[in-house]
Ligand binder design. Structure first.
Ligand code: CMX
Length: 434
């Protein structure tokens, strides 16, 4: 067995015992109540899942295995000469619950580089799609085509016992993570760069190589992608993409099927697609106002118009968070350091000054503050990645790290098939009429 997997195997027994003992001692205790309004309201605030890799606090934001984003920016290993964390590090932290050192991160990098082989039929499947197919459509179909490589499927068919499910899940997860940058870069170069593809450079780190295959060898862009790939990994278990991966995986659908389901959720405009929508909305505003930096009043009027048309202002609001998303702040700091005078950054900053008050004034929006998607497009635009309908694919590549490390733990801990109950309005009415 390889060293990383070997190390993971040593963690399983004690974790399984810990969970078993905990359930034996506290299994009958109550952690909350469910209100009727929550059944109709997208289960907001209802703790119903175990996701070990990260926890979202409404007031403070995300913590990965207890560490905030600024803490991780300080503590996780960096690329030589760089100052942003390497995504290999946050993956290791989420999966192993240990902070990695430089050596371990290099091992993860090398491990993924070895696994990053995509069979030719996957490219043929992508090539069969019309080039106008949305990049997320191509990404989801590419993941489905990669499923021919599933180790879990093979192992299940050969009758592997339940106690070993985690092993082929680990293999599939690691292979998929290793291959996604290549798949995403293929989609990008096919759609926007005349099908001119760039060979991987296995000497680079995972995100650096991804930037290289996309066609961006600028060191600053590579640093951006390392940050981007780190902060988008995970947002506890209840968001649509993470929940979908967990739910579909719970049927023992292999990681390719489970992750594909998650990506179908991420492609929705209220979730990950918001990163493309932010740029679309901002450009439409800029164009309507005649270009340049709009005044606060112009932005406010444009926001009111958006709301009056019954649309959302993309990049603002959150189902859990009740403050500015620390992932937004991390990106804003990157912009302040590297491009404080960028035209689009000035617009995004001014939008940040105007939108919360307008959203608050509607009286119905629980969180008027910006989320992760309000900023990411501006940074990518600055370095020339201007094809914004590709942005959600970048989010998706990163989200693999959190959702798939969680899925490995789901199998290691032997979590059952997910099957919550449902009821009907009629039955609820009857219940409360009594
Ligand atoms: N613009 C306009 N209206 C908004 C809004 C926004 N940015 N955010 C919330 N609202 C509205 C809701 O649509 C809802 O309206 P109705 O009562 O008429 O249905 C009302 O305010 C209350 O919503 P909420 O409880 O504050 O927010 P939800 O938990 O229901 O939804 C979210 C959360 C993110 C879907 C929502 O804020 C939104 O649509 N934001 C814009 C899209 C976006 O940026 N999504 C990305 C989120 C991060 C990610 O997953 O990537």
């Amino acid at each position: 067995m390889e060293r990383l997997k070997d190390h993971f195997a040593t963690k399983i027994e004690s974790s399984v015992k810990e969970v078993k003992d905990f359930i034996a001692e506290h299994g009958d205790e109550v952690i909350g109540e469910i209100k009727v309004s929550q059944l109709y309201g997208g289960m907001r605030g209802m703790t119903a899942l175990i996701t070990e890799t990260s926890k979202l606090d409404p007031a403070e934001g995300i913590r990965f295995r207890g560490y905030s984003i600024p803490e991780l920016q300080e503590k996780l290993p960096k690329y030589p000469g760089g100052d942003q964390p390497l995504p290999e590090g946050i993956f290791y932290l989420m999966l192993f619950n240990e902070l990695p050192d430089d050596d371990i991160v290099r091992r993860v990098s090398n491990n993924w580089a070895r696994r990053a082989i995509i069979p030719p039929h996957v490219f043929k499947v992508i090539d069969a799609l019309p080039s106008h197919a949305h990049p997320m459509t191509q990404f989801i179909i590419g993941i489905a085509a990669l499923r021919t490589e599933s180790e879990f499927q093979k192992a299940y068919n050969s009758g592997i016992p339940k106690s070993e499910y985690w092993d082929p899940t680990y293999e599939d997860a690691m292979n998929l993570i290793a291959r996604l940058p290549r798949l995403a870069a293929y989609i990008y170069r096919r759609k926007y760069h005349n099908n001119e593809h760039i060979e991987p450079d296995s000497k680079l780190d995972w995100a650096g190589n991804f930037a290289h295959m996309l066609g961006f060898d600028n060191e600053e862009f590579k640093e951006l992608l390392r940050l981007y790939m780190t902060i988008h990994v995970d947002h506890e278990g209840g968001n649509v993409s993470a929940h979908a991966v967990h739910l579909v995986g719970s049927a023992l659908s292999d990681p390719y099927l489970a992750f594909q389901a998650g990506m179908s959720g991420l492609a929705g405009p209220l979730h990950g697609l918001a990163n493309q929508e932010v740029i679309r909305w901002t450009f439409a505003m800029r164009d309507e106002l005649g270009g340049g930096l709009p005044s606060k009043e112009q932005i406010a009027n444009y926001c009111r118009k958006t709301l009056n048309e019954g649309k959302v202002i993309p990049g603002f609001g959150h189902a859990v968070l009740r403050k500015t998303d620390p992932r937004y702040t991390a990106q804003r700091e990157f912009a302040l350091k590297h491009m404080p005078h960028d035209d689009l950054f000035l617009i995004i900053s001014r939008v940040y000054e105007v939108v919360p008050e307008i959203l608050q004034s509607t009286g119905k929006i629980k969180n008027p503050w910006p989320n992760v998607d309000a900023h990411s497009g501006q940074l990518l635009m600055h370095y020339g990645l201007t094809d914004y309908d590709f942005y959600t694919v970048l989010f998706g590549v990163s989200r693999a790290l959190g959702t798939l490390s969680s899925l490995i733990w789901d199998r290691a801990l032997g979590f059952p098939i997910e099957r919550p109950g449902s009821t009907t309005t009629e039955l609820l009415k009857e219940k409360f009429a009594k």
